[in-house]
Design a protein around this ligand. Structure first.
Ligand SMILES: [Cu+2]
Length: 153
């Protein structure tokens, strides 16, 4: 009798958790040297850089959505106009399959606003959420001191 009950217990409803875990995420983007400069004293904004490689076999349209420890994050492009350094917001960048797109001082960069000083500290990792062709990927950026003051052409 007890044995019969034990057998019945095995007939449990299957869990559908596994199917639900297949949320829309990707790892098509590989970022090396992912770094954010420690905000300068009294500043709430700072910039982030890195080499973004498209490891997939399709062109990637990259947007930035969110960064932990910051109120907002945008993609920016710096340029020289009339001898002055200017920057403007761009909605997205496109990276061809297997190609690397560099975010570097004086060029494309991530612009972070409203830093929370308790989260954005030297040596900490900041998760940054990207949108790649409509699918999300989170990449960690390291907070480090500003080391690249020189603007190479
Ligand atoms: Cu900027």
């Amino acid at each position: 009798m007890i044995r019969t009950l034990a057998l019945l217990a095995l007939v449990l409803p299957f869990s559908f958790a596994q199917a639900a875990e297949k949320a829309a995420s990707t790892n098509a983007l590989e970022i090396t040297n992912a770094r954010i400069f420690t905000p300068m004293k009294g500043m709430k904004m700072t910039a982030g850089y890195g080499d973004l490689k498209n490891t997939s076999d399709k062109p990637l349209t990259v947007k930035v959505l969110d960064a932990k420890g910051f109120k907002a994050v945008e993609l920016h492009e710096s340029s020289h106009e009339d001898g002055k350094m200017k920057m403007k917001k761009v909605e997205e960048v496109k990276i061809e399959p297997t190609k690397t797109f560099s975010f570097k001082p004086g060029s494309y960069h991530l612009m972070f606003f409203g830093a929370d000083p308790s989260v954005v500290k030297e040596g900490k990792m900041v998760p940054v959420e990207f949108d790649l062709n409509g699918t999300k990927q989170v990449v960690e950026f390291k907070v480090m001191p500003r080391t690249e003051m020189k603007m190479k052409k």
